[in-house]
Design a protein. Structure first.
Length: 232
């Protein structure tokens, strides 16, 4: 092994030459695994279990002080040196630039891909996530439904923006599948699947989003990435 990192005390690298992924198949976690599968990069996945609060362990915090998955450690980062990285949006940009795929090299296309990626990171993720809390998890028992309704309204607005944009396009960036799709569609899938919020957001009125979600879910790399790392 040519590198060391405190995280390996809890998650030893069996293939230290490969990119190390620390994750769980949640809507943020699968962005990294789907991208890695799509790019066919050799990598070693490690399960960060929330059941045992692994994300709060000193070993995990040594790599990501923000205690959230996904995180990666690339032994062969820029300049051939190891690179530790967290925040799924940054990880997607890094993987795309490392391979020269999933992010256009045309400057205008590139900025617009990043625009949709930021839209997911700053809008879709936080809003859908809060809606999940108030609709499906602990917040569902709160008597005051105003927080839930606020996040439902914002989620509907975001879905409407996406639906209009996708009309006449195969993917968010048109004919090119990109990291913007990998960021957005796991969250849409989760909203109407695991969060069971289809009725709440009026799922039937977003036919373009439904069409592209179906195409996304049919991709073999997506199907593989959704189950990585396997939950023990
Ligand atoms: N902005 C972060 C959010 C990551 C995030 O919220 N991850 C969740 C799972 S989807 C997590 O690790 N939660 C663990 C915790 O909060 O303790 C990213 O996109 O990477």
């Amino acid at each position: 092994m040519t590198w060391t990192h405190p995280i390996t005390a809890k998650w030893p690298a069996r293939h230290p030459e490969r990119l190390q992924l620390y994750s769980l198949p949640t809507p943020n976690g699968v962005k990294a695994s789907i991208a890695l599968e799509e790019l066919a990069l050799p990598y070693e996945p490690h399960l960060v279990s929330f059941d045992t609060n692994d994300q709060l362990s000193p070993e995990f915090l040594s790599l990501n002080p923000n205690n959230k998955i996904p995180a990666i450690l690339d032994p062969n980062g820029p300049g051939g040196k190891p690179l530790a990285l967290w925040e799924s949006g940054a990880i997607l940009v890094y993987l795309a630039e490392k391979t020269g795929r999933l992010l256009s090299s045309d400057p205008a296309q590139r900025y617009q891909t990043l625009q949709w990626l930021m839209w997911q990171m700053g809008g879709v993720g936080p809003m859908f996530g809060q809606l999940g809390f108030f609709h499906k998890f602990a917040g569902k028992d709160f008597e005051d439904k105003r927080p839930r309704d606020r996040y439902a309204a914002e989620s509907k607005r975001l879905l409407t923006v996406l639906d209009k944009h996708l009309a006449g396009r195969d993917w968010i960036m048109g004919s090119d599948y990109s990291i913007a799709d990998i960021a957005v569609f796991p969250w849409v899938r989760n909203l109407i699947g695991f969060y069971e919020a289809a009725d709440l957001v009026g799922w039937g009125v977003y036919p373009e989003v439904a069409r592209v979600l179906e195409a996304f879910a049919a991709r073999p790399a997506v199907q593989r990435g959704l189950a990585i790392p396997p939950r023990a």
